[in-house]
Ligand binder design. Structure first.
Ligand code: GDP
Ligand code: MG
Length: 453
């Protein structure tokens, strides 16, 4: 996949946010560091990366945003901001009924390949397409266009002898009028020099294109910014096509550079085959990178199961360094509503997806009710310090009697209390980059065995 390294890092970050039981500064900083590294490796401008980090920090450190809200806001922020630096909204190439597009670019940027791909793309969508070869610089250029046009199954108008692009245009003018989409291939140079500028201007005058598009390879990374703005000021380009997205880790640089110069990216080339071209849509691109589907679902579930108030209370208890029996009851309830730990873990991509039998859900509800009776029979002191029950087991007998439950159930609740405490203790470790499938599976096994719903 294109930019898969960046995608992996972003998905990891989002998973960490989702799975953190409490998002503290240490976890957030770790996540930001990972995302920064990945973006810089993708050759995204350091300044943009810094701005994004600041925005993440602002939400993450905001004490007024808590719990699930914070998680959701963070995930949404990462999604939206990266979409923005990739170009924001999708810019579509709106072609009139009869259209001509002129393609420009330096040597080897992928013009001829892209034109053939687009010929194939639009022919499939019902356009009557013709390719026009005006690269009279390189001897093999016309042969290449001819061959690629065959693959695209569209006609190519070429002249292997004529050296003047203007003459070629003139000779084919009548013929070309029969087509409703003409894609014009031009010669490149090593750099944007005077010769190229005047050649393109002259071709442009003769062809009167509806659009002029610059073709750039993704591997130039951030240098796309200078290139796009130079072409823009010398030749008035309408937008860009980035090729070779498949072969480089730097594609993030090329995409964000275009966004910075306000040059819309209309298509991206993603391989050498004739069908390896796609319209560029920042939103679907970022969604694909983030693999949002599953995690969005997970966040929604977490949100629907955990009330704001109760989340705040648990956070407060923990911030003060204590976890009360009430937190455990509430947490158990929340997990019950989500379908328990098993279900929650099964929503993490890659984990098995087991269904919970109805009977088990019923048992779960019963158990939660009993937990509540137990809690109500405990003294405030015992609720705050459940360890008291272990020190003086006579308390357990008293509570069992008062709540109409069994001592086994009380011990279960205590076990759960310990587990939750442990889980909270584990979270640093989990979120500090060691959060992988293996670890989660281990955790799932551990909690599954002990937390009997
Ligand atoms: P031009 O000089 O601008 O016409 O560039 P070409 O169309 O001849 O392409 C230069 C090289 O880039 C060729 O080897 C193409 O096969 C390759 N190329 C173009 N687009 C892509 C792409 O999207 N992916 C890959 N992997 N290679 C591409
Ligand atoms: Mg070419």
């Amino acid at each position: 996949m294109v930019l898969d390294k960046l995608g992996n890092a972003l998905r990891k970050g989002v998973t960490k946010i989702s799975n953190a039981i409490f998002l503290d500064k240490k976890i957030v900083d770790g996540i930001i560091k990972d995302i920064q590294r990945a973006l810089i490796e993708a050759d995204v401008n350091v300044e943009l990366v810094f701005q994004l980090s600041q925005k993440i920090k602002k939400v993450a450190y905001d004490e007024n945003i808590k719990g699930i809200d914070k998680k959701e806001q963070l995930v949404k922020l990462i999604h939206d901001e990266i979409q923005n630096i990739l170009g924001g909204e999708k810019k579509e190439l709106k072609l009139p009924k009869k259209a001509k597009i002129l393609f420009l670019g330096l040597y080897g940027s992928g013009k001829t390949t892209t034109i053939s791909k687009l010929g194939f793309y639009y022919a499939k969508r019902g356009r009557k397409v013709a390719l026009l070869g005006l690269d009279t610089q390189r001897p093999a250029a016309m042969d290449q266009l001819e061959q690629m046009a065959k693959k695209a199954k569209v006609p190519a108008f070429i002249d292997k002898k004529e050296k003047s692009p203007e003459k070629i245009i003139k000779n084919y003018q009548k013929e070309l009028d029969k087509y409703d989409l003409v894609l014009v291939d031009t010669a490149g140079r090593d750099g944007l020099n005077k010769e190229l500028i005047s050649e393109i201007k002259s071709i442009s005058k003769a062809t009167k294109p509806d659009y002029t598009i610059l073709v750039m390879p993704a591997d130039i990374g951030q240098a796309a910014k200078t290139q796009a703005s130079e072409f823009q000021s010398a030749l008035n380009i309408d937008g860009v096509i980035i090729t070779r997205m498949d072969g480089t880790a730097k594609a993030g640089g090329a995409l964000t550079a275009c966004s910075e110069t306000n040059a819309p990216v209309f298509f991206i080339g993603v391989g050498e085959k004739i069908h390896d071209i796609e319209p560029f849509n920042p939103e679907s691109f970022i969604s694909r990178l983030l693999g949002m589907g599953d995690l969005q679902g997970l966040l929604e579930k977490v949100k629907s199961a955990t009330s704001e108030k109760q989340q705040k209370r648990i956070e407060k208890s923990l911030a003060e360094g204590k976890l009360t029996i009430n937190d455990v009851v509430e947490q158990t309830k929340a997990m019950g509503q989500m379908g328990g730990m098993d279900k929650m873990l099964s929503m993490v991509p890659g984990m098995s997806n087991k269904k919970i039998p109805k009977e088990q859900l019923k048992k779960q509800e019963e158990k939660i009710k009993h937990f509540e009776y137990i809690r109500d029979s405990m003294t405030p002191e015992e609720q705050e310090n459940p360890e008291l029950l272990e020190k003086q087991t006579s308390r357990i007998a008293r509570i069992a009697k008062g709540s109409g439950t069994t001592t086994t159930e009380i011990r279960d609740l205590l076990k759960q209390y310990k587990l939750l405490k442990e889980m909270v203790g584990m979270q640093d470790q989990l979120a500090s980059g060691k959060l992988d499938q293996k670890m989660l599976q281990k955790m799932a096994k551990k909690f599954k065995g002990k937390v009997k719903f």
